[in-house]
Write a protein that binds this ligand. Structure first.
Ligand SMILES: *Cc1c(COP(=O)(O)O)cnc(C)c1O
Length: 401
């Protein structure tokens, strides 16, 4: 179809900015060229700024976020190791499943979907772990299925209060680069992300930042690994090359996306995500609907999972959005299938794009039989965005001037 653009409001893959798309549209490159390291080496230095780490080492694997999960586990732990995890949505669920399939002994805390990492329970279990059996503690920073952001710093504080040495693993796939994440300040040991969310690229890169302590644990780890081996990857990338064929277009795209983030400023990117998310939340509130995230402290600035009224099928809302209004929303996954639809608001996005997401959602909701007043969500968001922009400092053009 050529009549205007289609609209993508899923929480990954996200919209790709034009400069990033253009940067990737190049003839195939020589991955062993003498000047290839000039592209590769700065990517590692610049990704450290995204993770906010000076001490950590960055690894870039062809693969997706799930591959990076596996790399994190298989390079630092051993079969039979006890780990502390929690489950409150499809992504935290899948990470638990992977840990078990890789042979870890998972202490899994099940929490209601709509809540996040149970810090008090983590603290209690860490205090009770007198024999220091727990080798790692896992946090899904932003549960993309339910739109819930957890408090990583509080988990670090729980580890410290128990004087516990376990490694801290964080899934930051839908938070890093969009929501405040501070690897060094929070002493995160393994942080994982992917290319197709906040970094505004196609899927295809699994990205990790690894602390010196996790690199020490790597020395003791005997778990099977080959393609995702830290040692092979580290040896090659130290020279600016890869141990196997890298996705060179994605690396060019990453260069362009990092440049965009740094021109806007990482703090400004994070503030923009908050501002945009708040507009969506005001829209949802005006509809009289609620978020899957149960309390304000869990609200995610990258994705809102919206609960539809009991007599409405969220799958229909999503289907209408796609077929009638060429607008994609995220589905409710697993336990919340049919009960929620999700508006992804991360990456290359601005106020008017969010208004169009709300407008399409209103039409789709009404088509599916939801009794909401046409335009009320859009109006609420408009007023929020206007007030924020007119405070001056947030006007994109004035900022650029
Ligand atoms: C998208 C996502 C993943 C999975 O990443 P893939 O790139 O699809 O493998 C993992 N965790 C979270 C929180 C995500 O949002």
């Amino acid at each position: 179809m050529n009549n205007g653009t289609t609209h993508l409001f899923v929480p990954g893959p996200t919209n790709i900015p034009e400069p990033v798309r253009r940067a990737m549209n190049v003839p195939m490159q020589d991955m062993r060229a003498p000047d290839f390291p000039e592209l590769v080496l700065p990517l590692f230095a610049d990704l450290k700024r995204i993770f906010r780490t000076e001490k950590g080492a960055v690894f870039l694997f062809p693969g997706s976020g799930t591959g990076a999960w596996e790399a994190a586990i298989s390079n630092t732990l051993n079969r039979g190791d006890r780990v502390l995890m929690s489950r409150f949505g499809q992504f935290s669920h899948l990470w638990v499943d992977m840990a078990r399939r890789l042979g870890l002994e998972v202490d899994c805390v099940d929490v209601d979907w709509g809540e996040g990492v149970p810090v008090d329970e983590y603290r209690r279990r860490l205090h009770d772990d007198k024999h220091r059996k727990i080798k790692a503690v896992f946090v899904t920073h932003n549960e993309t299925a339910t739109g819930v952001t957890s408090d990583v710093a509080a988990v670090r504080a729980a580890l410290d209060s128990a004087d516990h040495e376990a490694l801290l693993f964080v899934d930051g796939v839908s938070s890093i680069g969009s929501i405040e994440f501070r690897m060094d300040d929070w002493r995160v040991d393994l942080a994982v992300t992917g290319s197709q969310k906040g970094l505004m690229l196609p899927a295809g890169l699994g990205i990790l930042a690894v602390s010196p302590k996790a690199l020490d644990a790597h020395e003791q780890s005997k778990m099977e690994r080959c393609y995702f081996s830290f040692e092979d990857m580290k040896a090659a990338t130290a020279t600016g090359y890869f141990p196997y064929t890298p996705p060179t277009q994605l690396l060019l795209g990453l260069r362009a996306s990092l440049d965009l983030i740094f021109v806007e400023g990482l703090d400004a990117v994070i503030a923009r995500h908050h501002r945009l998310a708040e507009g969506v939340r005001r829209g949802v509130n005006a509809w009289g609907l609620s978020l899957c995230a149960k309390e304000e402290k869990w609200w995610s600035d990258t994705v809102s999972a919206i609960v539809v009224p009991a007599d409405i099928d969220a799958k229909q809302v999503i289907a209408h959005g796609y077929t009638r209004y060429r607008t994609s929303f995220g589905a409710g996954l697993s336990k919340v299938a049919g009960r929620v639809f999700r508006i992804g608001h991360l990456g290359d996005l601005n106020e008017v794009m969010c208004l169009s997401a709300l407008a399409a959602a209103e039409m789709s909701l009404r088509d599916a039989g939801t009794r909401i007043e046409a335009g009320c969500g859009v109006a609420a968001a408009q007023e929020w965005y206007r007030s924020e922009i007119n405070r001056g400092t947030n006007s994109p053009c004035e900022r650029a001037a």
